[in-house]
Design a binder for this molecule. Structure first.
Ligand code: FES
Length: 125
């Protein structure tokens, strides 16, 4: 399980050296998630239309290592955009990946940028 988690590390937009083209805007549902594969990573991407913002994070939920976060429910907690895992409802900040239930879990988040009609996710390798 550690091996899977070790593949994922948060990337800040200013650190991204690779902007991977994930698809077109219409490839992603609004206010829900979609999943892409980048190298050996599964990345969940959210078109959070209610906030007019896009977010990306690891698809693996660190609770039971299920590849499910793209199927989770988006929402906001104290104005922090969040994703709730569909399995046991643990919730994570889409800004910094911290767990919002007070658990010791964390997810990696990735920057997203939209250029014209295309969605790019930033990575460092
Ligand atoms: S697998 Fe995600 S909360 Fe349990």
């Amino acid at each position: 399980m550690e091996e899977i988690l070790n593949q994922y590390e948060t990337v800040q937009a200013s650190d991204a050296t690779i902007w991977f083209k994930a698809g077109k805007i219409e490839d992603f549902p609004t206010n829900r998630g979609g999943c892409i594969k980048y190298k050996n990573k599964q990345i969940a991407i959210f078109n959070f239309a209610r906030r007019n913002a896009w977010y990306a994070c690891q698809n693996a939920c660190p609770h039971k290592m299920e590849m499910v976060l793209s199927r989770g429910m988006t929402g906001s907690a104290d104005d922090i955009p969040k994703i709730a895992c569909p399995m046991h409802k643990k919730t994570f900040s889409l800004i910094d990946g911290s767990n919002l239930n007070g658990d010791d879990y964390r997810i990696a988040t990735y920057p997203v940028k939209i250029i014209e009609n295309e969605v790019f996710v930033g990575f460092v390798d």
